[in-house]
Design a protein around this ligand. Structure first.
Ligand code: GLN
Length: 471
């Protein structure tokens, strides 16, 4: 028996290196947990049949002496990442039996390090949502309370890590989708600097916002995976070349808190009390807590919900019943399009395609899309100004603890409000990390979010590791 609960990437590596257990034994332990937990929690849409074969390939690297830290480490991918020869559905019926014809760069990188992909984990359809209730394959349940959601859209990956169904997972974050499910499942989640990790081979949601990032049990594991993922990729036009990546000193002294953004209806009071307590602890640990003003950042949520659907409507145009996946027969081409898209997409993608087409349409482009982009620049300025004064910004990840299944699924605006504290980082393209904090009186996980300037991931890891010791 391997003690999965206390296993970290580094001590799993030691275990395999010393021969305490083999790669296959480790993978089989995880497969056992998945078999036991998946029927109840609905974490994985598919466990890959070749997982143990991948472990044997990894074992060879140990025998040959070419193993590195991630060799043999079992992990989950979100169902929107291409792994050649394996199904990838983006949580949608329209791609139900679609198989990837090449590897996403992030998959390629981890595969060549010898890490083992256990399977593809559940998500909201095309990554749209905050609860995985929009998945065409059923909701993923919260590991702390199975009447509640695991968060979204990377609910499957987050839950996998939380219940020891994977040692780490990859998610994507367009507006919250790594950090918010990490918060709801009590694990760490990182949204990296926009342009730092390749988007090649990821089923796109919002191209100017999407990043792939790790979900893991602690900050150190998150750091190891991020370092393996990050780097320039010729195949992604928005990937930032290595010589344009700023070198930011990792030391953190001043923590900024935009208190004016943290007030208002719908924000949980117990959660805010806990957040204030955490600030006190940070202060006792020697950090200076500084009030900061970010006057335009309050518009992040409306800006996001204009720019994101605009990009969604463009990206999802390719799923037309001809080129990919599900196709419904019709008397002419238009009918094929209509039926395939009408039946293939669920409600949320259809809603966002309509919203996006509207804000991009001739008569409304200036009023909505253009205006949102202008405000986006002002929000970027807010962050630039803030980082003149402080090293990182602290705020909660989620405005409320995990909610009940069904509680918000008929109210899109209530669901969108879940993103209030996470979308500012995406709109500005700056890195942010969600770290488990304490628990509510009823035992639900709470979080702490730190945000850094572009390429300031090292700052997030530095203060994050400290926070883990004082929370
Ligand atoms: N809650 C966000 C949304 O519904 C999540 C998007 C994401 O990060 N993939 O748009």
């Amino acid at each position: 028996m391997i003690d999965l609960k206390n296993l970290t990437i580094e001590n799993a590596h030691k275990g395999m290196k010393s021969g305490a257990f083999t790669c296959r034994e480790l993978v089989e332990e995880y497969l056992k947990v998945i078999k036991e937990k998946n029927p109840e929690l609905n974490i994985y849409l598919e466990v890959f049949e070749d997982a143990t074969a991948q472990a044997d390939v990894a074992q060879k690297k140990f025998t040959e002496g070419t193993a590195t830290t991630l060799t043999g480490i079992p992990f989950a991918i979100k169902d929107n990442m291409l792994f050649m020869g394996h199904k990838v559905s983006a949580g949608s019926k329209i791609l139900e039996n679609y198989k990837a014809t090449y590897n996403a760069t992030v998959v390629e990188k981890l595969k060549s390090a010898g890490a083992v992909i256990l399977g593809r984990a559940n998500m909201d359809e095309f990554a749209m949502g905050s609860s995985t209730e929009n998945s065409a394959y059923g909701v993923t349940k919260n590991p702390y309370d199975s009447e509640r959601v695991a968060g979204g859209s990377s609910g499957g990956p987050a839950c996998a890590v939380a219940v020891d169904g994977a040692l780490f997972a990859l998610g994507t974050d367009t507006g919250s989708s790594i950090r918010q499910p990490a918060s709801f499942c009590g694990v760490v989640g990182l949204y990296p600097t926009y342009g730092s990790v390749s988007r090649f081979g990821i089923i796109a949601m919002g191209n100017s916002l999407d990043q792939v990032g790790p979900l893991a049990k602690n900050v150190r594991d998150t750091e190891i995976v991020f370092n393996a993922l990050s780097g320039y990729d010729l195949m992604d036009a928005t990937s930032i070349p290595d010589n344009f990546r700023a070198q930011i000193p990792s030391e953190v002294k001043r923590v900024g808190v935009p208190r004016h953004l943290l007030k208002g209806e719908g924000i949980d009071l117990e959660l805010m009390e806990n957040f204030e307590k955490s600030l006190t602890k940070l202060k006792s640990a020697g950090y200076e807590i500084v009030d900061i003003e970010m006057p335009y950042t309050k518009y992040s949520l409306p800006v996001y919900y204009i720019i994101m659907p605009a990009e969604v409507s463009t990206n999802l145009a390719r799923f037309d019943g001809i080129r990919y996946g599900f196709s419904s027969p019709g008397k002419d081409l238009m009918e094929v399009y209509k039926k395939s898209r009408g039946h293939g997409f669920g409600r949320e993608p259809r809603r966002r395609i309509l919203l996006g087409a509207y804000v991009l349409s001739h008569g409304y482009y200036d009023a909505y899309y253009n205006k949102a982009n202008k405000i986006r620049s002002l929000i970027i300025n807010d962050f630039d100004n803030a980082f003149q004064k402080v090293d990182v910004i602290a705020m909660p990840t989620s405005p409320f603890p995990p909610f009940k299944i069904g509680e918000k699924s008929d109210d899109p605006l209530a669901m969108y409000f879940a993103d209030i504290f996470t979308v500012p980082a995406n709109v500005a393209g700056v890195p942010a990390i969600s770290i488990p904090n304490s628990f509510t009186k009823t035992g639900l996980p709470l979080d702490m979010q730190f945000i850094a300037p572009k390429f300031g991931e090292n700052r997030l890891f530095e203060i994050g590791k400290k926070f883990e010791t004082i929370r």
